[in-house]
Design a protein. Structure first.
Length: 372
């Protein structure tokens, strides 16, 4: 087991003592990897590649035969339990073997159906075992990135930005949103991306007023906003960037909205440093947009953390205030969305440092004008 994972497990074990738990059952995919190195993927919400059981003295990875060899190779230091029927039937045996009475579970991941099945199975074998919900025991640790995690994020971002630059050279009037989205995905895959951080968003004209638009067969035209939101996952870490472009010369409306959004992003970034309030940073960008005549046209939060998941804590939000700490990676992505015309969003990823924000994106000024 490498020293980084060992330190993470030590912190989890300290929290077990604080919460008076005998063990934690880890079922969130990203958390499993973070604490073990096991890269098994849950193919959908009601399917699982396995769980970790972490107690003060034992480390167990319970999985099925599909992942047994992979688990043995990746989860160094863990005892691998390969269940033949289901975790529901194996869990009581593990709890008994480890002497578990209070078993914490990640409430964000465990469905009511599975919770009922586990509780039933445990009660039949050992009624003293209590399933106890927990929140953010691992996610809290994941907020602060090591320099290695930051480096992986930068690599993912550089790959994604290179793919974007290649695709921009090919954009022409008459191409559809779907064609541009596929070109982005293809370029990232061919550049070596593990996968996409999320499905590519390409939205043109009025469609770009939808912050999370799905690419359609709508054809691109000159003079209208074309919003592209994309990211690559590389070595398990995600990038996330948005740029809005226009074919040909932008009109005055595009210029005003674009300049307002870019300035909102930049002044928000300049306010970020260790100890800053996420709500206050959001307010700085939102106030700028409102004061320039677009009040109510920026509906979503200013930003979110990225890492093993493309959306994770902390948030830059008007709803939940979180203090920023050194090593956090967050997006800063203000937008203005005007129904019937379109929208403009510009998004960077940054690392919080003691005295400011380190922008991870290409530092060159961005010109929204593209060929065609």
């Amino acid at each position: 087991m490498n020293s980084i994972i060992q330190k993470r497990i030590t912190k989890i074990r300290q929290t077990l003592v604080e919460k008076e738990l005998d063990a934690l059952m880890v079922s969130v995919q990203e958390n499993r990897y973070y604490l073990s190195g096991f890269t098994g993927e849950d193919t959908q919400f009601d399917e699982s590649a396995g769980v970790l059981i972490i107690s003060n003295r034992h480390l167990v990875l319970a999985t099925d035969s599909r992942y047994e060899l992979q688990a043995q190779a990746e989860a160094v230091g863990f005892d691998i339990v390969c269940y033949k029927k289901s975790l529901e039937k194996e869990l009581p045996n593990i709890a008994n073997a480890l002497g578990i009475h209070r078993l914490g579970f990640e409430s964000v991941r465990l469905s009511h159906k599975n919770h009922s099945a586990y509780a039933d199975a445990l009660s039949k074998v050992n009624p003293s075992v209590q399933l106890t919900p927990t929140e953010n025991m691992v996610e809290t640790l994941r907020q602060i990135k090591s320099e290695d995690e930051i480096h992986r994020t930068i690599n993912a971002l550089q790959l994604a930005e290179k793919a974007f630059s290649q695709v921009l050279e090919t954009i022409r009037p008459g191409m559809t949103e779907k064609q541009v989205a596929w070109a982005m995905e293809k370029a990232m895959r061919e550049a070596g991306a593990q996968c996409l951080s999320f499905p590519v968003i390409v939205a043109s004209g009025p469609n770009s007023a939808l912050p999370h638009a799905i690419p359609t067969d709508r054809k691109l035209a000159r003079g209208e906003p074309i919003l592209i939101d994309w990211g690559a996952r590389l070595d398990e870490y995600c990038s996330d960037t948005t740029r809005t472009v226009v074919m040909g010369e932008p009109d005055d409306r595009f210029k005003k909205v674009f300049d307002t959004v870019v300035m909102a992003r930049d002044i928000a970034i300049s306010a970020i440093k260790a100890g800053a309030s996420g709500t206050q940073v959001d307010k700085i960008a939102r106030d700028h947009i409102n004061q320039n005549g677009y009040e109510g046209k920026f509906g979503h939060s200013l930003g979110h953390g990225t890492g093993l998941a493309v959306h994770e804590a902390p948030r830059l939000s008007p709803i939940k205030d979180e203090r920023l700490e050194p090593g956090m990676i967050v997006t800063v992505e203000p937008g203005i969305y005007l129904p019937g015309w379109g929208g403009i969003r510009m998004e960077n990823q940054i690392v919080v440092r003691e005295d400011g924000a380190q922008v991870l994106n290409d530092p060159a000024p961005f010109d929204p004008r593209v060929g065609g």
